[in-house]
Design a binder for this molecule. Structure first.
Ligand code: AMP
Ligand code: ZN
Length: 133
């Protein structure tokens, strides 16, 4: 099993978990783009958003958990972003579907785009060095 997020879900690899239930696990991003940067991942392995069937309740559950974790972190009212990168052209680096929850600081639009972009770029470089791009 090569998938890093499957390893985190199964507890083989360490991560700072902030939420979990029967369907998903949420943990802190290793290269945070903001004070709060949490990844919400399904326990089941789906490579990308494209791979979940239309009628799978997991689709709605990922968003329900994103806003629940935002509430837990006290950023529901101040504001946050939820985003999913899909495939290489969409900036996806880890091919186990995940939702980014980013917030905890009042960024302007351009700044947060740059921060998330920079984080993704740094993760790509790190993965290249680790030999698993
Ligand atoms: P994406 O570009 O949407 O595939 O984002 C992948 C995210 O996973 C990046 O923000 C990375 O910082 C994060 N990441 C990669 N490996 C780990 C890890 N072992 N633990 C936590 N976050 C990770
Ligand atoms: Zn996986």
């Amino acid at each position: 099993m090569e998938c890093v997020f499957c390893k985190i879900v199964q507890g083989i690899m360490p991560a700072t978990r902030v939420y979990e239930d029967d369907l998903v696990v949420a943990f802190e991003d290793a290269n945070p783009a903001a004070p709060i940067h949490i990844l919400i991942v399904p326990r089941a392995h789906y490579s990308t958003l494209n791979d979940i069937p239309d009628d799978d309740p997991l689709l709605a559950h990922l968003l329900t958990v994103a806003r629940r974790v935002a509430e837990q972190n006290g950023i529901a009212q101040s504001g946050y972003r939820v985003l999913i990168n899909v495939n290489r052209g969409g900036g996806q680096v880890v091919f186990h579907l995940h939702v980014h929850l980013v917030g905890g600081r009042s960024f302007g639009q351009r700044v947060i785009h740059a921060a998330v972009g920079m984080s993704i770029m740094m993760a790509k470089v790190a993965n290249l060095f680790r030999g698993r791009s």
